[in-house]
Write a protein that binds this ligand. Structure first.
Ligand code: GRF
Length: 214
């Protein structure tokens, strides 16, 4: 049975595009069956339409009944937040507990939380003098960016990095990390800890330092 995935996005949708590319391969075990957004202008919607994927623009993205109605109508098994910039209604987070994941462009639990998105994240990493950054896929919980970490991949922070140059380096690993998370979820029937096979620097959750382990 193919896992039916809904992707929520507010922006250009490069993570959606990377996911579609990976799931199109034989044996992926999953398909993107719906793309939802808070914004009719989101580039992710144009990507979905080009792939013949149904889209839904929320009338009220704070309304859990609207979320649940569209997700159930599409028989969704897994919700992926990929550059979705609004708070998911708490009731929806509860309903989808264990079946909703998010990708964040930093090594949580560092540099996460309300308001930490886009360039602000990379500015914080540079300002902190971190030598590494990367991406994190985690389960969505009521607390922003605090759900169980399922997988991470690291990239170096270079001395001359700007938020833009770091964002571009992180985005590259995001485009590998998110598909790996969804493929692992499709194999196991639900989101599970995973690692990037070809990424020597990725950290399987089981190898996270105890301070970081969920
Ligand atoms: C990514 O950096 C993701 O980690 C963050 O928002 C950005 C989405 O980019 N949550 P895109 O819309 O997938 O290109």
């Amino acid at each position: 049975m193919e896992m039916r995935v809904a992707v929520a996005a507010s922006g250009r949708g490069s993570n959606l595009a990377a996911l579609l590319g990976e799931l199109a391969k034989d044996g992926s075990g999953a398909r993107v069956a719906l793309v939802v957004s808070n914004s009719a202008e989101a580039g992710a919607l144009a990507i979905a339409r080009r792939h013949g994927i149904p889209v839904h623009v929320f009338e009220n993205y704070s309304d859990p009944s609207e979320w649940n109605r569209v997700l159930q109508a599409a028989a969704i098994d897994l919700v992926v937040l990929a550059g979705y910039l609004k708070q998911v209604p708490a009731d929806t987070v509860t309903t989808w507990r264990g079946r909703m994941i998010n990708i964040h462009p930093a090594l949580l639990p560092k540099h996460g939380g309300p308001g930490m998105y886009g360039a602000r994240v990379h500015q914080a990493v540079i300002a902190a003098g971190d030598s590494q950054s990367g991406a994190t896929v985690h389960l969505v919980s009521e607390e922003y960016d605090r759900g169980r970490i399922l997988g991470q991949a690291t990239v170096p922070v270079e001395p001359d990095d700007t938020p833009e140059s770091l964002a571009a380096r992180v985005l590259e690993v995001e485009h590998r990390l998110l598909p790996a998370a969804v493929l692992a979820a499709a194999r196991e029937g639900r989101p599970v800890p995973f690692r990037l096979e070809d990424e020597p620097r990725s950290t399987a959750v089981s190898q996270l330092p105890s301070s970081l382990a969920p």
